[in-house]
Design a protein around this ligand. Structure first.
Ligand code: FAD
Length: 480
């Protein structure tokens, strides 16, 4: 149901108030609806993006190379699912070691997450196959029509008897008595209002969750313990294109066909791209974290002489061999794009800046950098891929110079996957929420979204966000 006026609502009407209507907030609400629990979602934005949004989302970025963070979040109903690409991946079990959440228990919500995200099945499931001694290949599943939560869930919520939605309603801070939140202070259109519930869920997005908690820590005396590390261990997936090359498409196809586990199926289904990541053995051997290498294939017109000259410089003997045999058409060009895991690092953190948003809440300051270990991981993986292509005589790659010098890493599209800042864990000095996503020491406040991730993995985050939010809904039902 859509609520335009919040003034006349009885204080005890809502059991749960969720702050934010992105995939995290909506998934939690859908789970609570199954138990007939009355839930209010407040959303700062409207049904469309407002030009003023930028003034709430910008920040002071102290980073190597980072996108303007006001462009990587959407302040509107459906949240950043209005911008996303719809690719869904699962974490590897071994990347979940520090989470304190049981991997299998969390993945019990898979079939519901698949439904919520409208996942298309290229195959029967996510899966991983061996590609070479050091690399595995995996598939990502695509959300139907890049499932936009606004288009898919507005009507459903409008017609729901248990989910209530208030648009243009911005959460400003909590009100508390000691360790319990009594109400939230919000601005709806031009009016201020206090809203009450038994439980509160912060689902405002990867960066906003930290910003709003940091500000609440300043406003609400005694609510949080002093040492709570809000904003710390921020992680991203740096994304960049450091190499290009050529492969013998048919031979790679044959190679994959002969690889144990029928990996060729992938090759065909992954619409001209292969997704590779280093296996655990290689990562341990080299002491590196993971990353995805997207090999994206494209056909080229080999009648263009300038182009032939350019590619000949890349791998002279290899290309000449094909020119001489008049078999250049057998080669297919590919680029390598990297989406990289970032380990939690105390120096990467969100804090409050002195600049304020239009409602007087401080904007963020983000300190972020790629470690040398990450840069070495990129180098090790690319060199290894190149060696593999030479050994099997399947192709060649040319790697950009910055991968070897570690200088000016040409990352682009950072800030899309915002993880950490309110990490899950049981050590109250190193984490913000417990395994049920409850904020340590606060009786009735939960956080959901990628800000609770304890590690970043190499895959896209939203699938795991939806799993966590469904699990949270189930937990809330047990305690209400
Ligand atoms: C260009 C781009 C491509 C992407 N592609 C992919 C992809 O292919 N696969 C993938 O898994 N992920 C992708 N992502 C990331 C994905 O969009 C996010 O992981 C996901 O949207 C996060 O969901 P969320 O609900 O936690 O946060 P959001 O979607 O950001 O939603 C948070 C909501 O909270 C609201 N809010 C914020 N502050 C307040 C407040 N004070 N009061 C009330 N409401 C508030 C916001 O307006 C927003 O609606 C992409 C992101 C970008 C930018």
């Amino acid at each position: 149901m859509i609520l335009n006026n919040l003034k006349d609502i009885d204080d005890n009407f809502f059991s749960v108030i969720i702050i934010g209507s992105g995939p995290a907030g909506i998934s939690t609400a859908l789970k609570l609806e199954e138990f007939n629990i009355k839930t209010l979602i407040i959303e700062a934005g409207n049904l469309e993006m407002n030009i003023e949004s930028e003034n709430f989302l910008k920040g002071n970025i102290l980073a190597d190379e980072f996108n303007d963070i006001s462009t990587t979040r959407a302040r509107m109903f459906g949240g950043t699912s209005n911008l996303w690409g719809g690719h869904c991946n699962k974490f590897e079990k071994n990347q979940f070691d520090n989470w304190k959440i049981d991997y299998d228990e969390l993945h019990e919500y898979e079939s519901q997450a698949n439904k919520i995200l409208g996942l298309k099945f290229y195959h029967s499931d996510f899966y991983v196959k061996k590609f070479s001694n050091n690399f595995n290949q995996y598939n990502s599943r695509l959300s139907a029509d890049n499932r936009n939560f606004k288009d898919n869930y507005y009507e459903k919520i409008k017609n729901s008897k248990h989910i209530f939605l208030s648009l243009n309603t911005t959460f400003l801070h909590f009100n508390n008595i000691d360790k319990k939140i009594t109400s939230i202070f919000c601005k709806k259109n031009n009016n201020f209002i206090n809203l009450k519930a038994k439980y509160f869920v912060l689902a405002a997005g990867g960066i906003e969750n930290s910003r709003l908690l940091l500000w609440s820590k300043e406003k609400c005396k005694n609510l949080f313990k002093d040492e709570i590390p809000i904003g710390k261990y921020y992680m991203d997936h740096p994304y960049y294109q450091p190499a290009e090359g050529f492969i013998k498409y048919n031979d790679v196809s044959m190679y994959l066909n002969n690889t144990k586990g029928n990996a060729r199926e992938f090759f065909v289904d992954c619409v001209n791209r292969i997704l590779l990541f280093p296996n655990l053995k290689f990562r341990k051997e080299k002491n590196i974290d993971s990353l995805t290498m997207f090999l994206r294939f494209s056909n080229k017109d080999y009648s263009n002489k300038d182009y032939i000259d350019k590619i000949t410089c890349m791998a002279p003997n290899f290309i000449k061999r094909y020119i001489e045999k008049k078999k250049i058409d057998d080669l297919i060009k590919f680029t390598v794009q990297i989406n990289q895991e970032q380990e939690p690092d105390l120096d990467n953190q969100i804090s409050l800046s002195d600049d304020l948003d239009p409602y007087g809440t401080p904007l963020i300051k983000l300190n972020w950098k790629m470690s040398d270990k990450m840069k070495r991981a990129a180098k090790e993986n690319l060199i290894n891929l190149g060696d593999f292509l030479i050994k099997e005589d399947l192709g060649r790659i040319s790697i950009d110079e910055y991968i070897f010098s570690y200088k000016e890493f040409k990352t682009k599209f950072n800030g899309r996957h915002q993880m950490g800042g309110t990490c899950v864990g049981d050590d109250q000095k190193k984490s913000v929420v417990d395994k049920n996503l409850k904020v340590h020491s606060v009786e009735n406040l939960f956080v959901t979204g990628s800000s609770v991730f304890a590690t970043s993995g190499h895959g896209n985050p939203t699938y795991t966000i939806v799993l966590l939010s469904l699990k949270l809904g189930e937990h809330l039902n047990k305690i209400i």
